[in-house]
Design a protein. Structure first.
Length: 182
């Protein structure tokens, strides 16, 4: 009988700890208006890196290092990827970033999803929405968003890692202005 109570107590303790983790991640997201970070992105084995700024909801600006002046910009409605030689514009709602950059969407999903602890230092939530499967990763100690993995608009497997994260900074007024095509 004692074993039963011990197992039951342990089960409740684990559930309370996981609920606490989830609540702290949600609280951290609520308090975050913007993020600035370095990133490393692996798309089907091709690794790129650079710096990004996210402003909730749905805005992002990324400059890629060593890659023909490549930038990625979303103004909340459209997503542009521009290099010296190419220009691609997509409706944001047709991309997985539409969901990743929507803080309220993430919070609502996290409430409903079960978390998975990875290597005892990451908290993972897997979201299935609108034919997208997106895995979102948070640091177990800081509760910060530290990456995601998904399939992009070209059906490429994309893994993005965040580092050197800074929150709630003063941002340039026109940072998320879409670049012209020329």
């Amino acid at each position: 009988m004692f074993r039963f109570f011990l197992i039951f107590y342990f089960f409740i303790l684990i559930n309370n700890t996981n609920a606490e983790l989830k609540e702290k991640i949600i609280q951290n997201l609520r308090q975050t208006n913007n993020l600035n970070f370095k990133f490393e992105q692996n798309i089907n084995g091709k690794i790129e890196n650079g710096n990004c700024t996210i402003e909730y909801p749905k805005k992002i600006f990324c400059e890629y290092a060593r890659s023909k002046n490549k930038i990625l910009v979303s103004n909340g409605k459209s997503l542009v990827i521009k290099t010296r030689t190419s220009y691609y514009r997509y409706p944001l709602e047709k991309t997985p970033l539409n969901l990743i950059l929507d803080k309220n969407f993430l919070i609502n999903k996290i409430y409903k999803l079960n978390e998975r602890i990875v290597d005892n230092n990451l908290v993972n939530f897997t979201i299935n929405e609108k034919n997208n499967e997106i895995s979102i990763f948070f640091d177990k100690k800081s509760f910060e968003l530290i990456g995601w993995q998904n399939t992009d608009v070209y059906q490429n497997f994309n893994i993005t890692f965040l580092s050197s994260i800074r929150k709630n900074r003063v941002l340039e007024k026109n940072l998320f202005k879409l670049p012209s095509q020329n």
